[in-house]
Write a protein that binds this ligand. Sequence first.
Ligand code: HPA
Length: 304
Amino acid sequence: MFPQADQSDTYEDCKATADWLLAQSAVRPSVGIVCGSGLGGLAAALKDQVAFDYKDVPNFPQSTVHGHAGRLVFGTLRGRSCVCMQGRFHLYEGYSVQKVTLPMRIFKLLGVDTVILTNAAGALNQDFKVGDIMILKDHINLPGLSGNHPLVGLNDERFGVRFPCMSDAYERELQQLALDVGQELGFGDFLKEGVYSVLGGPSFETVAESRMLAKLGADAVGMSTVHEVTVARHCGMRVFALSLITNRAVMDYDSPEKANHEEVLVVAKQRAEQVERLICTMVARMERRHNNNDDDDHDDHHDD
Ligand code: HPA
């Protein structure tokens, strides 16, 4: 028996949850959105909402973190059917990495083909400022590299292959779309690209840890996203992710700065509206490319 094999919900468990949700909502989502700390307001942009508290969804974990509402919201964003997680799960809450990523498999079974994830992160790259939005082009999965990986255990081929490729985890076309949309919305000055490194948390990093991560090539550090991306890619969904830089990781022993969750939520609140606009416009644009193969999107800004 593989260690941890018993921690995964089975395909049948995931299917039961997806079927339960599909029976309660007429929405058939093709886009799944995961809202990071303080960024759950995006769900309010969904029209014709049907929402579920996580506690009412079979097999679902509960959100325990301030800033994460703990609701699964179905609805329409710019005419496109979406499902939105208002709050996600983290290793530091005590959930197994399999439980943290369970919603990705449920997304897949709901019919989602594109996953958009947001998070709050600390900057390691010295050129980044608080309030920057970093488009993820790659990640470093430190817990995964040391064995705490969501795909450890028996592999169910109905989800994906035993040894999935991760060198193409973040869809290039969606990164370019985000850059184009960001430029058009006037976000060019604070839109960056980079590598995100995940740690288990919940403590913020020591100076030595932050320096190590920067030396390894990470531009930002946080406590989420990578596990979900890994499972989303395993089951063949395309992925876009962004980090809102809410603080600069402390890299210097003389620095008076101290990372804290309140600061994370304050900065998230200040930039939330722009993050939401970026994602809404991307979703609108994705739909046109998808349906019409047509880049003519001049009326996108009407209800930005
Ligand atoms: N470190 C880890 N996670 C975070 C940070 C940070 O500095 N900021 C927001 N989430």
